[in-house]
Write a protein of this length. Structure first.
Length: 275
């Protein structure tokens, strides 16, 4: 079991955000903004999937997962709230969130399914966020001279994603979920996650007026395919998910705990929790 602590981030999300907050990079700002646009809807789906999966367990297993599930829900609910505040600034900047309505429409089609299916979808998405989180924690210099409060937001979120990457996967296994369906859902999630991220990123650039600028695509090439680029560094961890013996703990790192310990002044703990 994983001990998950709920934290309240101490950053100012009332002051307006710079338009190109990620070190001035137009592409990387648009991509992070796209991801944030998906989070409130996505996090709610993950919460519901884990909650319903937990309820479907035999009573003795429910007790075993109780604390971890509560921590997972608390962390994801906090992420949902913080990114909703972040997204409100993006809307004021004229960006249009087309990803969330598409995601909501797809999720409605899953209502009434065996709870293992939403859990498998959640586990696949959590793997994506975990490998992205690990990459960000390892290569946070890619933020450059990014807005400090927003750099803190993304690294805090990354640290917690790394912390709770096992929860949905372990619940799926405890409910007898098969490798066959775990892999099938990862293939589907990969298609939708990558295509939706790209579509929303391009949408953001179009509304920002920077889609056809040379510096945008120079930024994209470096950010995605440079020596520490996102695609180059995350392909192998993504592919590992398809191994028969895969478990999220196989990609465990201490970067999450290092960041949380070094930046403890940036958050407070929810009532009743300690380090």
């Amino acid at each position: 079991m994983t001990d998950l602590v709920v934290r309240r981030l101490l950053i100012d999300l009332q002051t307006p955000l710079p338009r190109h907050w990620c070190g001035g990079g137009t592409f990387r700002t648009a991509l992070f903004n796209a991801l944030s646009m998906s989070f409130p809807v996505g996090e709610q789906f993950f919460i519901d999937s884990v909650r319903n999966g937990h309820k479907a367990l035999p009573v003795h297993d429910q007790a075993r997962f109780q604390a971890e599930v509560q921590g997972f829900i608390g962390q994801e609910a906090t992420h949902r709230r913080i990114h909703a505040l972040f997204n409100a600034h993006l809307e004021k900047q004229g960006l249009v969130n087309a990803w969330a309505p598409r995601a909501e429409s797809r999720m409605k089609r899953l209502e009434g399914l065996d709870p293992r299916h939403p859990l498998a979808i959640t586990a696949a998405n959590e793997h994506f966020t975990a490998i992205l989180a690990e990459w960000l924690l390892r290569h946070h210099a890619l933020f450059g001279d990014a807005e400090p409060r927003l750099k803190t937001l993304w690294l805090w979120h990354s640290a917690e994603e790394s912390e709770h990457k096992n929860t949905a996967f372990d619940l799926y296994q405890a409910l007898g979920g098969s490798r066959e369906w775990r892999v099938k859902w990862m293939r589907r999630v990969t298609f939708f996650f990558v295509s939706d991220t790209l579509r929303q990123t391009l949408n953001n650039l179009r509304h920002d007026g920077t889609l056809w600028r040379w510096r945008t695509w120079k930024d994209a090439a470096s950010f995605l395919f440079g020596a520490a680029g996102l695609v180059r560094q995350t392909f192998k961890p993504w592919r590992a998910y398809f191994r028969p013996d895969f478990h999220p703990n196989q990609q465990q790192s201490d970067l999450s705990q290092r960041w949380l310990q070094a930046n403890s002044a940036q958050y407070t703990l929810a009532a009743g929790r300690t380090h």
